[in-house]
Design a protein around this ligand. Structure first.
Ligand code: MG
Length: 391
């Protein structure tokens, strides 16, 4: 893969997508394509900023909403998931997948099948279909470099190290806004409280997932598949300052950690320039004056972590169910239909009710995802109804 490969940016109007355009500007990279779910002023602006880029809109019905799109941009527009998947397969590009949700898997597979490098910020790809993504990546001699801050840190710690030298992966967690709370404190948490993250500024679902520690659970599953390390060799430690992004313990007792400001442009740039590093004119990182603390996660207050490990142990489609049930539950929580603690109850019940099956194709994943959502919606509905009766 050429170190100067043009970029394809999927999810271009989201947080990762916008920061990728910043990094591309700084690095002087060409943008071959941009994609978003819907037509929006932000998408039109990005299209005008990058006049060479093709533009794809995932939602087919958006084709009816092009009246406000300047003719010059309209000329470059294509619609539908197939158009986005095709864009991801543009030969010899680096595809930054910043799409949120399980649909991102389709684009990841398409990019890997084309032998492209994928900078992966869509963790659902790895959680729902880790084994399939891994096989597609290997079979096509493609490259997959994580953009999640923890996994980028692990990738950087592991670079050049033979697998046999790795003792365990240590994922750090900020602990979210409710670190130090107990279950009684969390019963009445509102969406506004859950969306107020102390160190990272992120999108809606992922912020709630940080508050429940579901996000850390998803990251454990992701790390297992990305680095081919067994679940029992993956550990989570709470580190409220979010300065140590993750660490690797080696068999000789050495421990490497990746340390820096919480800034997603660092892992985005790394995924683009690896194995090289290029100048980033940000503030230099100073160790002097820092106080870093680490503690065990509170597994009683935040049972999502153990549920994630359990889903990994159950294997097959269980992690896909974990992910799908969480998406449904978080949506219900943000809509005020269920309580904060109910999110994990929905996941737990969905895992108990959906039989794990083999997931060796995109269609199999879609089927399990749909079934898991249906079951999670049923559980969510029952919880919402029960609390209506009480309230
Ligand atoms: Mg993360």
């Amino acid at each position: 893969m050429g170190a100067d490969a043009p970029l394809v940016v999927l999810g271009v109007t989201g947080s990762i997508g916008r920061q990728t355009l910043d990094v591309a500007t700084r690095l002087g990279r060409e943008i071959a394509g941009i994609a978003a779910g819907r037509i929006s002023p932000a998408l039109i602006e990005a299209a005008e900023d990058w006049p060479q880029a093709k533009v794809a809109v995932a939602e087919e019905r958006e084709v009816a909403h092009t009246s406000d799109v300047p003719a010059e941009v309209r000329r470059r527009l294509a619609f539908g998931h197939e158009a986005v998947a095709e864009m991801a397969a543009t030969p010899a590009t680096t595809v930054i997948n910043g799409v949120v949700g399980a649909i991102g898997l389709r684009y990841t597979l398409s990019a890997l099948e084309a032998g492209n490098r994928v900078g992966l910020a869509n963790k659902e790809s790895m959680v729902a279909a880790g084994a399939l993504v891994r096989r597609t990546w290997r079979d096509n001699h493609a490259e997959l470099i994580p953009i999640d801050s923890e996994h980028s840190a692990l990738h950087q710690c592991l670079a050049g190290e033979p697998p046999s030298s790795v003792a365990r992966l240590i994922l750090t967690a900020s602990g979210g806004p409710f670190r130090g709370s107990d279950r009684a404190d969390l019963v009445a948490v509102t969406p506004e409280q859950a969306l107020d993250h102390p160190t990272w500024n992120m999108g809606g679902r992922i912020t709630v997932d940080s508050a429940t520690l579901v996000n850390k659970g998803l990251e454990v599953i992701e790390a297992h598949h990305l680095f081919d390390v067994p679940a029992e060799a993956i550990e989570v430690v709470v580190h409220p300052q979010s300065i140590v992004h993750s660490a690797v313990q080696f068999v000789d007792g050495a421990l490497k950690a990746h340390v820096g400001h919480p800034d997603m442009r660092v892992p985005i740039q790394y995924a683009i320039t690896f194995p090289e590093r290029q100048n980033n004119p940000g503030d230099p990182f100073m160790l002097a004056g820092l106080t870093l603390t680490f503690e065990e996660p509170d597994r009683d207050t935040f049972p999502a972590l153990d549920l994630a490990f359990a889903s990994l142990e159950a294997g097959l489609s269980a992690p896909a169910t974990f992910n799908a049930a969480d998406e449904v539950a978080v949506e219900a929580f943000l809509a005020g239909r269920i309580g904060f603690l109910d999110i994990v109850t929905v996941i737990e019940q969905a895992l108990a009710l959906v039989e794990p099956t083999a997931v060796d194709s995109y269609d199999a994943i879609v089927a399990v995802d749909g079934e898991s959502r249906r079951v999670a919606a049923e559980v969510t509905g029952a919880i919402a109804k029960a609390s209506d009766r009480v309230g």
